[in-house]
Design a protein around this ligand. Structure first.
Ligand code: ATP
Ligand code: MG
Length: 341
């Protein structure tokens, strides 16, 4: 590991992962594993389900771990971490909250959108603490690179701001991490809305069965201006073709479908059937690996079984990573009274 640059990135356990997670993040992570010292974090302190359904958070940690293994993240090579199992993540969050102006959080477009979506009741303080926690997670490992989907870039900007402030005020402690957006910065939902998201109910999950995938693709939003198969259709911005571009490796087939769609010589049914077939071909090996791991968690070995805090045992994925330490400089400054703790 000596000499390799470090990556820290993560996912919030809100349920099983979908094609948006794959295209925006996982695909990239899998490839980066060989070149970087990677730490993949399940951010179980950062989900609003804590407000009403802790059991669901635990279940979702398991779902995320299974999806990770299924797509080829490798816990022998990279560290898998469950946030709540490593108290230093929460501790550093508190420290760093002194270095982050509230205004920056209030202006953060991703946060704003999430708060609006949360809608009900009043907004929990956690909407402001969880981004600080992301900052802490990244800085704790002194990561150089953070591969994420586009919507997470504002959070990385927060991290850079905190690192700069801290370094300026004390000494160069933290590298300023770079965000790294993958091949697909933001995958649209099957309903055509800007982001595939679990909470918007417009997702195709990595674990969906072929029948479910077929059904979801059949119902996909397409060109609303096209009433008959003989009408010339729009390819640009059409989610069905966006997905073809991302997931159908048969470029000739895609080019042919696009040309015929523009001319009005192919129906939506055929375009969608071919998309569903491509998606199922892509998902088949992922589903198969997932089912194997799910059927026999023992295959993972006790060490690798994920258990968020409060579970029956604490020797899961989370504790396998080298235990992070608060930066030495923070401990030293505390001891010497440079920062009062
Ligand atoms: P959901 O809304 O479905 O719960 P999320 O955005 O809350 O998903 P996170 O845990 O915040 O999921 O994000 C995990 C990673 O996946 C991030 O890097 C995020 O940018 C990426 N991601 C999630 N959805 C998409 C998408 N539709 N397109 C591209 N990247 C995505
Ligand atoms: Mg989520």
């Amino acid at each position: 590991m000596e000499g390799k640059k470090r990556i820290l990135t993560g996912i919030r356990p809100t349920g099983p992962l979908h094609l948006g997670h794959y295209a925006g993040a996982l695909e990239n992570w899998v490839g980066l594993q060989t070149r970087y010292d990677c730490c993949f974090l399940i951010a179980d302190y950062q989900v609003s389900d804590y407000a009403d359904d802790v059991a669901r958070v635990r279940e979702a940690v398991w779902e995320v771990a299974l999806d990770w293994l299924a797509v080829g993240l490798d816990p022998e090579r990279s560290s898998f971490v469950i946030e709540s199992l490593i108290p230093e993540h929460a501790e550093l969050t508190l420290w760093l909250s002194w270095f982050l102006p509230l205004g920056m959080l209030e202006r953060n477009p991703t946060l704003k959108a999430e708060m609006e979506e949360f809608g009900r009741k009043s907004v929990p303080v956690a909407f402001f603490t969880y981004p600080v926690m992301q900052v802490a997670n990244i800085l704790m490992t002194r990561a150089h690179l953070v591969p994420v989907g586009e919507d997470q870039l504002p959070h990385i900007e927060l991290t850079r701001e905190v690192a700069r402030r801290f370094n300026r005020q004390f000494k160069e402690v933290f590298p300023e991490p770079e965000g790294l957006v993958g091949r697909v910065p933001r995958l649209v939902g099957i309903d055509g809305r800007a982001k595939m998201s679990k909470s918007l109910g417009n997702a195709i999950y990595l674990k969906d069965t072929p029948a479910v995938v077929n059904e979801k693709v059949r119902s996909m939003y397409t060109d609303p201006t096209r009433l008959r198969a003989t009408d010339p259709g729009h390819v640009e911005g059409n989610p069905v073709f966006l997905y073809h571009d991302v997931f159908n490796p048969n470029r000739e087939e895609v080019a042919d479908l696009k040309a015929r769609y523009r001319r009005g010589s192919v129906g939506d049914v055929e375009v969608k059937e071919k998309l569903a077939a491509a998606l199922n071909t892509f998902l088949d090996p992922i589903r198969e690996r997932r089912a194997r791991f799910a059927a026999s968690p023992r295959r993972l070995g006790r060490r690798h079984r994920p258990r968020p805090k409060g579970g029956p045992d604490h020797d899961g994925i989370g504790t396998r990573s080298p235990r992070p330490r608060l930066p030495r400089e923070i401990s030293r400054m505390t001891a010497e009274g440079e920062i009062s703790g």
